[in-house]
Design a binder for this molecule. Structure first.
Ligand code: ZN
Length: 151
């Protein structure tokens, strides 16, 4: 990755930290899931309003490190309007980026987290919000602790 691109992606993470998107409870939510990453102390609640099989609205709240909160914020902007299978496909792309450091050819905000692959302990921070959303979509309101996910 070029230095310029790396800097651009750094800005994406800083921006989501400074101005988180879709942060707060969603009064109209019909699915809620909680994510917990005890390794780092990150917490993330995800609130969804499903309309048919699509995510009509989404929000998150929680606390934790900058990576976990910025990633959850970015995730909400990527999954809104999508169906469960589309979200799973996006998650697979994101998981590949954060575990391999390989970025897609086209500019993608998801690639902002490519640098995480050099800090394996932070992968769980970056995927926490995604796990919570996938569990909310499955209707599984149980805790989405990252400890259950070895990937
Ligand atoms: Zn963390």
């Amino acid at each position: 990755m070029s230095a310029d691109l790396s800097e651009l992606y750094q800005q994406v993470i800083l921006d989501h930290n400074k101005r988180p998107r879709n942060r707060g409870k969603l009064p109209t939510a019909n699915r809620v899931a909680h994510g917990d990453n005890p390794t780092c102390g990150d917490q993330c609640n995800v609130y969804l309003r499903l309309d048919g099989d699509r995510i009509a609205e989404i929000s998150f709240d929680g606390s934790g490190c900058a990576i976990s909160q910025a990633s959850a914020s970015l995730m909400t902007t990527q999954v809104k309007g999508r169906t469960g299978p589309e979200v799973e496909s996006l998650y697979r792309q994101f998981h590949h980026i954060v575990t391999s450091g390989e970025t897609p050819d086209e500019i993608s905000d998801l690639a902002a987290f490519a640098g995480v692959h050099t800090f394996p302990a932070r992968i769980k921070c970056a995927t926490l919000g995604w796990h919570a959303t996938l569990n909310a979509l499955k209707g599984d309101a149980a805790d989405a602790t990252t400890e259950k996910h070895t990937d």
